[in-house]
Design a binder for this molecule. Structure first.
Ligand code: ZN
Ligand code: ZN
Length: 355
């Protein structure tokens, strides 16, 4: 795959890509530690960033649930989305930036002083809501952000305010249900013991997710050198056409975005492609991952066998051997619900139903 980039971007990002790595960078000397600015790779949507200040939203300490998973930090917004920080000796990777409800930059700055490349697993709003906050933290010298990376086809446009309002409305009900479930679970079942707890939603009437263009294009099989630690970017379309996964072969860790989840897999909607999803999950299954770090639901870490199960479920749906029932996604959208060995896949309610 050919990737468009600029020479200034390549220069600023030199050292991130190991020699022999494909596509976007020449090899070169590493970026000196302590170097504080990367003007060539930081977008400057000044007015949009100013508008997105988290005033009125949650404090970081009240909103995030941060956990060391061994080889990676979970930065959870429980019940919403899971972001991850992978840290090497010289650089760090923040995989997704979450909802933009609380300043994720404060969490990241607490966890590392290294330059941070922010990678979007795809352009969906819940995975990049913190980009504007991170860009501002960089400009104010509180955090060194080396760039915002995504698949070249990603469009990180401003999110429709009506969608955010609808999300907040629905999730208030989900949070109430969660509190009820936890009370029952704490008393009788303990199935959720130790898992992150959902937080009450703050006032979100001023919630915005502005456009923050990606400055670093990432190609399939692109390797990124974090210093003593190399990860590989994989293009895994299906849930979304620009979906990326991050693979660390040395530890068998696969960060999947929305491609492999512990919750329902969203293969409904205009962007989804079930055939591509089956191919992508088959490709991930063949990696033999030890664990998958997933982007949604309370359980962030799934065993590698789950990746194989999702691939098998995708193939079963594609082959028409599952028996879907009418269902709804988390936000109330209609979909066909397929279940295969405990894996749930939602397909389009207007097509792809029972065959
Ligand atoms: Zn998504
Ligand atoms: Zn998502």
């Amino acid at each position: 795959m050919q990737v468009q980039t600029t020479s200034s971007c390549v220069e600023a990002m030199s050292g991130w890509y190991p020699a022999g790595s494909a596509d976007v960078s020449s090899s070169g000397a590493g970026t000196p530690r302590g170097h504080r600015t990367h003007p060539a790779v930081i977008p400057e949507p000044e007015d949009q960033i100013a508008m997105s200040r988290p005033a009125g939203h949650a404090r970081a300490a009240d909103w995030f649930d941060v956990r060391d998973l061994g080889g990676g930090q979970l930065i959870a917004e429980p019940g919403h989305v899971n972001s991850y920080l992978l840290t090497g000796r010289e650089r760090a990777l923040l995989i997704d930036s979450g909802m933009g409800i609380a300043p994720i930059s404060e969490i990241v700055a607490d966890l590392t002083t290294l330059p941070v490349l922010v990678v979007s697993t795809h352009a969906h709003a819940d995975h990049r809501g913190g980009h504007a906050d991170l860009a501002r933290a960089h400009r104010e010298g509180r955090l060194e952000v080396a760039g915002f990376a995504a698949h070249p086809s990603s469009q990180l446009v401003e999110v429709d305010a009506a969608f955010l309002a609808r999300y907040a409305r629905v999730m208030r009900e989900v949070v109430a249900e969660h509190h009820t479930l936890r009370e029952i679970d704490d008393q009788s079942f303990f199935a959720l013991a130790g898992l992150p707890r959902m937080r009450d939603l703050p006032d979100l009437r001023r919630w915005q997710i502005p456009a923050t263009p990606a400055s670093v294009p990432l190609a399939d099989r692109q390797r990124i050198d974090l210093g003593g630690r190399i990860v590989t970017i994989l293009h895994t379309p299906g849930h979304a056409p620009d979906a990326l996964s991050v693979w660390e072969e040395a530890t068998g860790t696969l960060v999947t975005g929305d491609t492999v989840l512990s919750a329902a897999h969203w293969l409904h909607g205009s962007e989804a492609d079930l055939t591509a999803f089956a191919a992508s999950t088959a490709r991930l299954a063949a990696l033999g991952a030890q664990r998958a770090l997933v982007a949604h639901n309370l359980r962030p870490e799934m065993p590698g066998t789950h990746v194989r199960n999702v691939a098998a479920a995708a193939e079963a749906v594609l082959d028409g051997v599952t028996r879907p029932v009418p269902g709804r996604d988390l936000l109330g959208g209609r979909a066909w619900r397929h279940e295969h060995d405990g894996v749930v896949i939602l397909t389009d309610a207007t097509s792809g139903g029972p065959r």
